[in-house]
Design a protein around this ligand. Sequence first.
Ligand SMILES: [Zn+2]
Length: 484
Amino acid sequence: MAENTEAPLPDKEKNFSEWYNEIVQRAELVDLRYGVKGFVVYRPNVANILRQTYRLFEDALDAHGHSVCNFPVVIPLEFFQKEAEHIKGFSGEVFWITRAGDTELERPLVLRPTSETAMYPLYAYWVRSYRDLPLKLYQSNTVYRYETKATKPLIRGREFYWIEAHDVHRTVEDAVNQVREDMEITIDVLHNQLGIPFMLMERPPWDRFAGADRSYAFDVLFPDKNVLQIATTHLLGENFSRAFEIMFEDEDGTKKYCQQTCFGIGISRIAATIISMHGDNYGLVLPFHVAPLQIVIVPIPKKGKNELVMEKCEEVHQKLKDKGYRVKLDDSEDRPGAKFYHWELLCVPIRLEIGPRDIENGVITVFRRDKRERFQVKENQLEETIEQLKNDILKELRTRREKDLRENIREAKSREEFLEIAKNKGGFIRIEFCDREECAEVIKEETGGYEVRGKRFGVEEKPKGNCVICGEKAKSIVYVAKAY
Ligand SMILES: [Zn+2]
């Protein structure tokens, strides 16, 4: 607790960037003294959030028939160069290993920026017949990209934590269904377990993943009204299976190219989203599911009664532990006020306070971090209350964030209106659009970096008028935002 100063955090709504920089240090999430740009040390307080986030998605992938695997972090040059679009998209941002010991390597190695070209040469050996399909593998790993934009802990780095799933299917229809399943997994975890609202977009052709036929992305809105892409799923078609000769013999004996999909879940970015969206001026606010520590018990000491208090605390602690909650009894020497401050900063969603008077009355004092509300419950109703709170907290967080998102989607009917919103408000701007990249370029130039994030997936929206940028007949409704 030594580094806690008990001074208030900068106001999140007014100055998000300052708030974020402060909280990642104050809550001991990261240490920036490592000294290599874009490479960050993640300390236990955030490594635990990353681990819980990994688990939510890994459990979901397992439940949907994926198997886990691990491929090497280095990719041989000849693998990396096989798919033309892919190398075009990534070559500028890869780290190369050209030397080992005193020797210049004859074949330089790429530090994986993503693993298509590591995995697919092996897929060509593994897939022989339609009986081998579908092949659904994922790995939880780190990838490396030489980012030239400004880096920010968890949000944009040169090393990031993610899950990548790479699936091989027999038919186009199966691949399309796979992309839907990837979306459902993401929606379930984000919405039902983390309370994170999002915009599910189909990216415009010029912004697709290098080598994909279609790219779909989950964009979230940050408190500073910029957006962040946190998960993507791509229909790769036969682009990679042709390059890597991943073929199967179908039931009728004909040889066919496989249909592939890949799915990236940005674990470090999702952790950044949880911290940024739900956090407040007292510190982190975590949904119960992902909180490394879900319940903390703080004894309220009183001269002559301390033994009695500790006994009760230990009893409650053991009972909740047996029920499978991640619970801690804070029996350190600090005064209760310091403990409250510390656990609010780190966000333990539920705090229990037990003092002599509570014991006398057969009650426990409960504090819920999200609303910062304190109330008492009968001891025999504690577990019921926790189960109820677990859902209430999530609902509360989700409701707040959905309101933020709703209020920050604005429609612009003219170029002037569009520029005015971009300049003064931010968030998502809904416009009628001609679908031409030239107009997307104009947007970028005139707004200092706003991008066409795409069409909303699964929502039928038909344009009625003209492109707000060029005035030609609009072909679609798109959403424009400034991204990290
Ligand atoms: Zn246009």
